[in-house]
Design a binder for this molecule. Structure first.
Ligand SMILES: [Fe+2]
Length: 388
């Protein structure tokens, strides 16, 4: 029987969000509605250069809202950067956060909010439901589709001193509003879009097989898998192409809603640990661990993988379970080939001595809790060893 979730209670949390071309124009109005007087705009240099921050400033100024820019966010949001941002927020008497950027920028803004509201370093709130006071109003304008940071109750932070990535899970970090404007995505580098595709696909797969999945998260997860497959099958993956970017953005929203509520699994645990050590970009890292994790989980929930395979357009009717598994893994291999993602762990300049460290951090990662098949230390070690 595969009915273990049928009668369990499930909640579904989502921020208010607006999706569509040019919805960024609404930022001033919404910031005013939420009581913004002095906004801390959290962003990075790339977004400033692309001109989006200039635009946001104009929309805020138009509604009489003051602002301060904090653009010191690097590709993985570090605890020190959050501390610096919080100092700026406090010194400038800000009362609202606007994040303009990718997952790192949004997570940094969430971290700043947590620090300010609770008057303690952000690391004190790592874990599930540890936040006491709600963060100031947070509006997100995501530039990278599918990180889920703009929709989720999660913030992932880099603890540079310990070379680890840690997560804060709390409804307190759900943004008040996300303006998801595909036009912003058209200026990101092609490589970022490639990373997004793999991240979105993985969010959808992990949310669907998660122990925390529900009928509502499944609906979003499966449709995201269909959309991502369709994009790969059409072979038109350009960040300049509006309709492709639009579709990736929708898939990203669906997968984000699914994983924010169903959580993730082994791929993200293995990946977070690896990212802490190497500073590799998340989407590329995820790609290393996806097939091995499917192989590990498959026998626990074969019916779920069959549904995933169908959404990936595979004809599975005459296949036995093992053939279905192989077909899914093969298809993912094709996706990765299209993107040129074919590296192994050793390609990132680390050696096998790091395996115990990687295993230790992966075992501690929150995402592992909802993985359909609970791995032990040896299982994790075997996966890392195999992928070296
Ligand atoms: Fe992810």
């Amino acid at each position: 029987m595969h009915m273990q979730n049928e009668f369990m209670l499930r909640k579904f949390v989502s921020p208010e969000f607006v999706f569509g071309e040019n919805c960024r124009f609404l930022i001033g109005e919404y910031a005013k509605k939420l009581g913004g007087r002095i906004v801390l705009i959290v962003t990075d240099e790339g977004l400033v250069k692309a001109g989006w921050v200039e635009e946001v400033k104009a929309y805020l100024a138009n509604k009489g809202i003051k602002f301060v820019i904090f653009s010191g966010v690097t590709p993985n949001p570090r605890v020190e950067e959050i501390g610096k941002g919080a100092v700026v927020y406090k010194n400038e008497s800000c009362n609202m956060l606007v994040a303009v950027g990718g997952g790192s920028v949004i997570d940094c803004a969430k971290g700043i909010g947590v620090t300010i509201a609770n008057a303690k370093p952000v690391m004190d709130f790592v874990g599930v439901d540890k936040i006491r006071y709600p963060i100031p109003p947070l509006i997100c304008l995501p530039s990278t589709p599918g990180t889920g940071a703009d929709l989720s109750q999660v913030a992932v932070l880099s603890n540079t001193q310990e070379h680890s990535k840690v997560g804060i899970v709390s409804k307190a970090v759900v943004p008040d509003l996300s303006l998801i404007d595909p036009v912003i995505v058209t200026t990101i580098p092609q490589y970022h879009l490639y990373c997004s595709l793999m991240d979105i696909l993985t969010h959808a797969i992990e949310a669907f097989v998660s122990k925390g999945s529900s009928a509502i998260t499944d609906l979003h997860a499966l449709d995201a898998i269909k959309r991502i497959t369709n994009i790969f099958d059409l072979g038109l993956i350009s960040s300049q192409d509006k309709s492709v970017v639009n579709d990736i953005s929708i898939a990203g929203i669906e997968a984000g809603l699914a994983f924010s509520n169903a959580s993730l699994g082994l791929v993200h645990s293995l990946s977070h640990s690896f990212e802490g050590l190497t500073d590799i970009s998340h989407g590329e890292s995820i790609s290393i661990f996806l097939e091995a994790s499917i192989n590990f989980n498959y026998d626990t929930v074969p019916h779920k993988y069959k549904a995933i395979g169908k959404c990936m357009g595979l004809s599975l009717d005459r296949m036995d379970p093992n053939e279905i598994k192989e077909a899914i893994i093969e298809k993912i291999g094709l996706f990765k080939k299209t993107l040129g993602f074919n590296k192994k762990i050793c390609d990132y300049g680390i050696n096998r001595d790091c395996i115990p460290f990687l295993v230790q951090n992966a075992m501690k990662d929150n995402c592992i809790i909802t993985n359909p098949h609970r791995p032990n230390r040896r299982d994790i070690e075997a996966i890392y060893e195999k992928l070296f």
